[in-house]
Design a protein around this ligand. Structure first.
Ligand SMILES: [Zn+2]
Length: 415
């Protein structure tokens, strides 16, 4: 933590204004405590303020991943029963490691969309905010809201072993509208910031298929209504076309994955302003590592069925003007590789600037954090990264960021 009243300044070669797309020379970012005090001419930094020069580097806002899972080991591709081999305490300690790796990669905020052990993400968020352990600012989901046996439940057990599953792995299991209202309240009272619904089957689960709806429209709407009472938004995991439409009509703020969305769904997304958070990188990771390491055939098949379809869907959404925020499903692939997805977004229809916006300006907007992160402006948190060159020309520069600052504190400096 910075000492109260401490001031410093960064003087990069260029400053990227993500709102306008301008690359500004001769600027300095003046930082006071954890916030940006102002952006001034490079020659107007007050004499008593220590300056860190970043020659040849471009400064931009710290990156934001809107679909992260910081709690837990990387997915083994062998189903959910492995979750029973780890305690909540072990899950928490993996979160400490994953949060550090994510921050050091330049991701200074994340929207964490779920943990199987309920509320471990709440504890991790609070530990980071208290300065006990390094990590990004976190907005957390607390637990998955899922139907019994669905994509967020613990599946793959022998039927007579089901009763052995610890209660904290099933906090969000619902089968009726009333269940949804009770569970959403419980999750928010438990300290979560948003609600994550599993609206269709999942790729990594033992049961179910991504195309199949797992919540009714009434259940989704009930979650949105209850969450709104607490100023919380709802993110819906939805691969299949029908589940996506239910989620949009139910009023969710974001559709996660979106893989099998049809043209009607694309038009509904654009008309309603529903955000798309599509993890279009990790399908390649699963296909490669999953085959090498012998992941379950069923998982590999479901991944193959969604990967290319999702990328085509993404291109259609870009063309249709759907609001897009960056989200990668970190935790499937190693934490810290998040930025690899930016080049995929460019390959599938976005400009590099728009891909960067999806992970700064637009991610902040989805999260409701537009007043604190995602821009370099007076009053915003001093969450900044620097790369050697112009990332709007080569977005892959963001895959290895040598300089990271969060809240005015340098957390990585390998210039
Ligand atoms: Zn996910």
């Amino acid at each position: 933590m910075n000492r109260p009243g401490s001031r410093s300044a960064l003087r990069p070669h260029l400053l990227l204004d993500v709102a306008t797309g301008d690359l500004l020379p001769d600027r300095a970012v003046v930082i006071e405590d954890e916030r940006i005090a102002g952006v001034v001419s490079a020659y107007d930094v007050p004499g008593d303020v220590p300056v860190l020069d970043l020659p040849g580097h471009t400064v931009l806002p710290g990156l934001i991943d809107c679909h992260a899972h910081l709690v837990g080991e990387e997915d083994s591709g062998h189903g959910y029963t492995e979750l029973l081999t780890r305690t909540g305490a072990q899950e928490a300690m993996t979160g400490v490691r994953n949060a550090r790796d994510t921050l050091r990669a330049g991701f200074t905020s994340v929207r964490d969309v779920g943990t199987y052990r309920a509320f471990v993400d709440v504890a991790l968020r609070d530990a980071i905010d208290a300065g006990w352990t390094p990590g990004p600012r976190m907005m957390v989901a607390g637990a998955y809201v899922s139907c019994t046996g669905g994509g967020g439940d613990i599946s793959g057990l022998a039927p007579d072993a089901e009763r052995l599953v610890p209660a904290e792995l099933r906090v969000g299991v619902v089968d009726s509208v009333d269940d949804v209202r009770r569970v959403v309240r419980r999750i928010l009272y438990g300290g979560a910031d948003l609600i994550k619904l599993i609206a269709t089957g999942a790729v990594m689960s033992d049961n179910g298929n991504p195309g199949v709806p797992e919540l009714t429209e009434d259940q989704i709407r009930a979650a949105v209504e209850e969450a709104a009472l607490h100023d919380a938004h709802v993110a819906a995991h939805a691969h299949g076309a029908e589940g996506i439409k239910r989620a949009i009509r139910g009023g969710v703020r974001s559709v996660e994955h979106g893989s099998l969305m049809d043209d009607e769904g694309v038009a509904m997304m654009a008309d309603s302003g529903t955000w798309l958070v599509a993890d279009i990188y990790e399908g390649d990771y699963i296909a490669e590592i999953g085959r090498r390491d012998g992941w379950k055939d069923d998982v590999l098949r479901k991944n193959d069925e969604t990967t290319d379809a999702q990328r085509e869907m993404f291109e259609k959404c870009v063309k249709a003007g759907v609001r897009i925020a960056f989200g990668t499903d970190s935790g499937i692939y190693p934490h810290g590789w998040n930025a690899r997805q930016l080049a995929y977004q460019v390959r599938h229809g976005q400009t590099a600037l728009d891909a960067i916006r999806s992970a700064t300006l637009h991610a902040a907007e989805l999260m409701g954090w537009s007043d604190r992160v995602g821009r370099i402006e007076a009053g915003w948190y001093a969450d900044l990264v620097a790369v050697p060159g112009d990332p709007t020309d080569d977005v892959r520069l963001l895959e290895s960021i040598p300089f990271v600052m969060k809240g005015g504190e340098v957390v990585r400096d390998e210039l």
